[in-house]
Write a protein that binds this ligand. Structure first.
Ligand code: ASP
Length: 597
């Protein structure tokens, strides 16, 4: 963290955190903030902080009475510049907690550069205050070395990404912020146009269309650290504006895009964490991810797997199972090791949650030393129970849970159960970074309310070639050339090979019920560009905030975004969004409706 280059003399000679015992005897000039003052009678100790850490300053009344008086007046967060000699601490006062703990600075000159109000919270690492207070005073929060380290990691990671992509022949190109709606499917942030009253720009949800246009332009390899804006309901891990490492390449297939991303991550991991990631990353089809883990972003650290037991369950007398199979559904089961320790009430709660996740219910069996305990085992003969036990690798002390439903619901609900029980059952996670590509997604999803298909990714994603004929007969069976990169249960990147053939694009639009007129109105400029020799191309976007969060080991992206927003999309520091002057609205010809709710 020490790479400050040449320090601007103020008259600083060193960063606070970089001095060591070897510097003893040297005269140094330091500048920073007073972290804390401790008065020990005739001795005052000051912890001086800059972005690199803390060093202890000492002032001795006997040696320098007037200076001592000056030091005595210092308060927390005053900004000072000091000159002094580096001196080793006596054995008994060494502080092994901090890098500079073996030394201190005997002050012989001091200048107060600015004074400070008492900060609203104590600025130290592992600060324990309400996050809203930290966000309200983010500039103070960022003063803490821990936060500086996060910003530093972000800067370094971005630099490594830029260096790597530059070496691979990518050009960093900016695309407009004031633009038209893009097809990512979230709500747009709109910006009114004064020059065109009634006209609105949309802030980009991603640079999707522009990056495809850049391929038509022959740029061949584009990237951008792109700010994206999506007006969504915010979950813990979402922000209304966030940054993507966005890239697009011409004349590539899926392997080409994936290997660039893998190379980039290997480079970042090695240079930032000193860890060697193994290439190529494993790939798993969407089908397999759903079948085994009940999720298209499986957390492979959790050692639990879902199994299909339809063939066995069908032999039972249990009506619920039989009916599900008759309707073309499946029976899926999973063993929860140690689950026999759940109380009846906890099992009922899990069943209730399963209903919220979309199941009709959750069937269960406890396997204990005294045999089976379950409301449904009476519908199964002993031989069948043994087969189920074997199929699920069950052991005494386990709880077996089952969902009988459509394939999708059965997978998804057990996928949720899988995540849900980890803490309660103290299931040990496997160590490591499990990067996995999820591929072969379905191209389309049927939307029963609208009686049409929706794209699983975006309307420009190409189907797998051999599945193109399926678009006519069985569209939902067609797989797409969409790929997601998942790390430990979190989707960190997603992209696709795009459609570049006009007829195919038209066929997809018609499945999505996008009329030629609507297509022209929404994406006309892209379709027109595609009349002029578009190369085959594909790309991906990588969530930078999540990547940094993983690198710093944080649990929330707000920790690694310098000035994040709250869950209700407000900025507690600036007060945005705020009302504006009537005059501004008048110029834009906008009237605010009274809120009648
Ligand atoms: N634009 C897409 C997204 O933001 C990523 C891509 O397909 O490249 O999800």
């Amino acid at each position: 963290m020490q790479e400050g280059g040449r320090l601007m003399r103020y008259p600083r000679t060193h960063w606070c955190g970089e001095l060591r015992k070897k510097d003893a005897g040297n005269k140094v000039n330091l500048a920073g903030w007073v972290q804390r003052k401790r008065d020990h009678g005739g001795l005052i100790f000051i912890d001086l902080r800059d972005r690199t850490g803390i060093i202890q300053l000492v002032s001795d009344q006997e040696k320098h009475a007037s200076l001592f008086q000056q030091v005595d007046k210092l308060r927390n967060e005053y900004v000072i510049s000091v000159t002094g000699e580096v001196s080793p601490r006596s054995e008994d006062t060494v502080n092994p907690q901090i890098g500079t703990g073996e030394i201190e600075i005997l002050i012989d000159d001091l200048e107060v550069l600015s004074i400070s109000e008492t900060p609203p919270f104590y600025l130290e690492d592992q600060v324990r205050v309400d996050e809203n207070l930290r966000l309200r005073y983010r500039y103070l929060d960022l003063r803490r070395p821990e936060m500086f380290h996060k910003m530093w990691t972000r800067h370094k990671a971005v630099k490594l990404v830029r260096d790597f992509l530059d070496r691979e022949g990518f050009l960093e190109i900016e695309t407009p912020m004031l633009t038209r709606s893009t097809p990512e499917g979230a709500r747009d942030y709109l910006v009114p146009s004064r020059h065109n009253p009634g006209g609105f720009y949309a802030l980009p949800q991603s640079p999707q269309l522009f990056k495809q246009l850049l391929m038509v332009s022959g740029i061949d390899r584009y990237f951008q650290l792109a700010r994206c804006f999506r007006d969504e309901d915010l979950r813990a891990d979402r922000q209304p504006e966030f940054t993507q490492i966005d890239l697009e390449m011409s004349f590539v297939d899926q392997d080409g895009v994936c290997s660039v991303i893998e190379g980039m991550l290997v480079y970042v991991w090695e240079n930032l964490l000193g860890e060697k990631l193994k290439m190529p990353f494993p790939r798993m089809s969407y089908q397999e991810a759903m079948n085994r883990y009940g999720s298209d972003k499986p957390d492979l650290r959790i050692p639990l797997e879902i199994k299909d037991i339809s063939h066995l369950a069908g032999e039972s007398q249990f009506k619920v199972f039989q009916k599900a199979l008759e309707k073309g559904g499946v029976i899926k089961g999973m063993r929860l090791p140690g689950g026999a320790s759940l109380t009846r009430r906890e099992i009922d709660e899990l069943t209730e949650r399963s209903r919220e996740w979309g199941a009709q219910g959750l069937a269960w069996m406890v396997l204990s030393e005294n045999g089976w305990k379950s409301p449904i085992t009476k519908f199964f003969d002993q031989e069948l129970l043994n087969k189920i036990k074997e199929e699920l690798n069950a052991e005494n002390g386990d709880l077996l849970v089952f969902v009988a439903d459509s394939w999708q619901v059965a997978c998804e609900v057990l996928g949720q159960v899988r995540l849900h029980v980890v803490d309660r059952l103290e299931i040990e996670l496997q160590e490591g970074s499990f990067f996995t590509w999820i591929v072969d997604f379905p191209l389309l999803e049927f939307n029963p309310e609208e009686q049409r298909y929706d794209p699983k990714h975006n309307p420009f994603t190409s189907p797998v070639e051999e599945d193109i004929p399926l678009l006519k007969e069985e569209p939902e069976a067609a797989r797409s050339k969409h790929y997601d990169l998942v790390l430990n249960g979190v989707e960190i990147a997603g992209g696709s090979i795009r459609i570049h053939q006009r007829e195919l694009q038209e066929e997809i639009f018609s499945l999505l019920r996008i009329s030629p007129g609507e297509a022209r109105q929404k994406f006309g400029f892209l379709l027109e560009a595609f009349e002029y020799g578009p190369p085959p191309h594909g790309g991906i976007a990588f969530g930078l905030d999540r990547l940094i969060m993983i690198l710093t080991g944080d649990k929330s992206i707000r920790e690694v975004i310098p000035f994040p927003k709250t869950a209700s999309a407000t900025c507690l520091m600036t007060g945005a969004p705020s009302e504006v002057d009537q005059a501004q609205l008048h110029e834009l010809k906008i009237k605010i409706e009274e809120d009648k709710s």
